[in-house]
Every structure is written in structure tokens, then in C-alpha cells.
Design a protein around this ligand. Sequence first.
Ligand code: SF4
Ligand code: SF4
Length: 280
Amino acid sequence: MKTYLNKIIKFSNVDGPGNRMAIFFQNCNFNCKYCHNPETISLCVGCGKCVEVCPSKALEKVGNEIKWIEKNCIQCDRCTEICSHNSSPKVKNITVEELLNEIRKVKSFIKGITVSGGESTLNYIFLTELFKRIKEEFPKLTCFVDTNGSLNLSDEKYKDFVNITDSFMLDVKAWDEKEHLDLVGVDNKNVIKNLKYLLLIKKLYEVRTVIVDKYLNNELTVKEVSKIISNADIRYKIIKYRSIGVRESMKNDLKIPTDIRLQELKEIANSLNVKNALVI
Ligand code: SF4
Ligand code: SF4
């Protein structure tokens, strides 16, 4: 079994509890206007444009595929900048065993792993196997999933995956369905369903909402999420939209909120008894 890996951060303290290995998969089923890593959205189509701009012979076109020669790469990012398919040639097609080998190297220094993306849950069969192997080999490590909430996790199909996952971190990008559709290209029915479901089964570690001034009804989203997680032991991250990494073509609609506005939203969450709301 193989899947596409974008990158690994060996040690992260912002992707769940404690020091964790954060694993980013390639491919997403949302196309968020404010995506900071748009090169993780799609799989490479092998057009070869990036090969032409690489200054250090780190890319080769082999048939319809691009071979990334990591040792030659100087991480200049010219390849991702030129790609018009929201992709990257610096992606590895990896097996569960290969990923386990990476975890083995750092197992003594981490509390667990967090899978992210792209959208990690699109690889739920791969992840079920990976988490099963982690539980067998490193029983102390926890397995967390960072998700956009697009798959209906209460469906029988995902039962084994949800059971083996220790906890989820869920993005609730917009409460209003039309707004969500406009922001990411998909409605939010499953996101809201998952918010309630993961809370019910006690597998919700954290909820996140990115605040974009003027464009999104942030207050509605913060209020509705807060009502649901009110009094529960769940962290609510109210995240300031920042333009770093965002596609130029998307920036016009998006305004950075003021710190005062972010604090007001945090106070709304607090007033609705969110136990652990924080602005980042
Ligand atoms: S990464 Fe982008 S530019 Fe490079 S071959 Fe793939 S689709 Fe084309
Ligand atoms: S980042 Fe991309 S363009 Fe730059 S050296 Fe590496 S492969 Fe080549």
C-alpha cells in the first residue's frame, strides 16, 4: 500500500499535545482560498514545466512522472511557484513501512504523530494500517488526525479508522453553508456532522477557525462552534488569517483581521463557556 507524502516535520509542538512528528500528505478535496500550502492540493500531472525552471538538476521527467533528486535540491521553491496545478514535484510515493522507519528514528523524542495535509483522511485505509502498526510497535505513541472534516466519519466505512485514531483536530472554516462553499468549493454538512460526532465519541481534541475580515461571517462561526463545544475539554484555536503562501489570485477577497477583532471573537467564545479558547 502506497500514498503520496509531501513532507515530514520531525518535531512539532503546534500539531497536538507535546512534541510530535507531523506528517503532511499530498492531495486535498478542498480548494480553500486562503490555503497557505497550495502546492499540497493536487497530485502532479507530469506536465514537466517545473523541470525547466529547476536551477540545480534536481528534477527529471521520466515518462509521465517527475523524479525528484533530493540530494541536488536547494529548496529554492521555483518548481512550486511555476506549477499551475497546485502541486509539487517534491513528493514521495511511500509505503507504511517506509513511514514507520522515519518514526523509528525519532520515537524516543516524541509523544506521537499527527497526520495532516493536503487532507490526510483521504488516505484513511493507509492511515488505519499505519496507526495499527504504530500501536503494535510503539504503544506509548498517540496518533492524531488533522482534518478538514469533509468525510462523514460516522459512516460505517470509516469505523476502523476512527476507532484506531486517538483524537482529531477539526477545521470549521465557516458555519454558513454558502460561505463555506464559496471559500473551499465544498459544502460544510459533513464538517458540522463531524464536529458533533467527534465530540460525542470523545475524540475531538481541538477545533480551528481561520478569521478573515470582511469576507467571512466570523462571528457566526465562532458563536455556533462555541455553543457546541461549550463546557467541553476542547481547545478552540481562533487563527488570524495571514497572507504568507496564499495564491496571488486569491488575495483580493481576503483581509487580515485586527488583533482587537480577534480578541473580541475570543471573548465571544469565552462568554459561551469555551474552556480553552486561544488566538494565534
Ligand atoms: S509539479 Fe506541477 S509543474 Fe511540475 S510536473 Fe507536476 S504538475 Fe507540472
Ligand atoms: S526547490 Fe524545486 S526548483 Fe528548487 S532546486 Fe528543489 S526541485 Fe529544483
